[in-house]
Ligand binder design. Sequence first.
Ligand code: IMP
Length: 433
Amino acid sequence: MPVTVVIGGQWGDEGKGKIVDLLSEEVDVVARYQGGANAGHTICWEDETFVLHLVPSGIFHQGTTCVIGNGVVIDPAAVLEEIRMITELGYEVEGRLFISHNAHLIMPYHKKLDQARERYRDADAIGTTGRGIGPAYMDKFARSGIRVVDLLDRDALRRKIESAMEEKNAILRSVYGADELDVEAIIEEYVEFDRFIDPYVTDTTAYLNEALKDGKRVLAEGAQGSLLDVDFGTYPYVTSSHPTVGGCCTGLGVPPTAIDRVIGIVKAYCTRVGNGPFPTELEDATGQRLRDVGHEYGATTGRPRRCGWLDLVALRYTAMVNGFTDLAITKLDVLTGLDELKVATHYGYDDKETSRFPSETQTLDRVEPLYETLDGWHDDITGVDRFDDLPDAARRYLRFITDAAGVDISLISTGPKRDQTIAGDEARVRVMG
Ligand code: IMP
């Protein structure tokens, strides 16, 4: 049975948490393939809100098992805290959560270096979450990272941490003028961590491929969004991993031939946190309105998100890179009350018009979005669960997205809760001709 991949089609925060939570009902395994505790997936149900950073949201469905793949960088404190919270809510975690033995660990020096480097870059800062993501992936590719499997051998673990910290403390001290970290305290913390994490660690690649062979259905969950991909995003204002579809294969060890559905999660408008180009950004009252109505504040850092109109140039690009088979449109209800809605269909650049998304920042910084203006709607659509019950203007807006992106819509979210959703045939908006 094949793999469905869920991918953010913008700059992250598209509302993947809710969609993964919904789709988890229909699958046997939910697997996270990249990123770390920089992500925050918010799930609202039964009047409660949960934010998960590492554990896939499928954990709230008793019949589903969850995997944190080798492509994820794991902050031990964050994962243990999440396991504690989920257990306290009455869910069984042991036997249902599997962590890759090959996943890299985020060490305290990664966080410290991330924050120190951002201060050092000053005006050129990326605006990272400060969770140590970049430095952890740097160590992975420099082949000096520490992996979950290294926790098994305490002497080797001690040697690796000592050797890494000699270098990191020197950098912290002499390059960034920051305080050094205590080697013994870190060794003690990670040895202790091993005691707790042990029951969850396994060869998740073997587990997933075995599951696929047994006909199980797997949902692969990307974190962040395609435009934050280190290769395909707005470099250097990106994260350090691959949220795009290739990240699913390298971050889990499942073959591309096992993937038969790639769902792009697309917010009905755009947001981004951190620095970097954002052609359709609105730094006016409409932008503030989207922020207020959409509660656009970071789930991980609490930072206000930058808000703007939907960018179809960017969406066509992420649809191309990922091969989206269908789209889930989220937060449509947030647009209610606006007289008119703009959507960027092209960019103007050097007196020319282009429909190409230039992922090089130099060009993207200089493009002017060219908008099509569509009618807005005023009827409250919160909780609408039938396409035909949406106002005409909302239906036209969705059809416009489908046609411009060249991808069908298969799910529409009209509120944060599970049942505030148009799904199945009800939601199918098909590309015309
Ligand atoms: P890092 O991933 O913490 O290194 O941050 C790099 C960039 O990715 C920054 O602009 C962050 O704001 C952004 N970023 C990281 N994680 C998320 C996320 O889950 N949602 C949205 N933006 C994110």
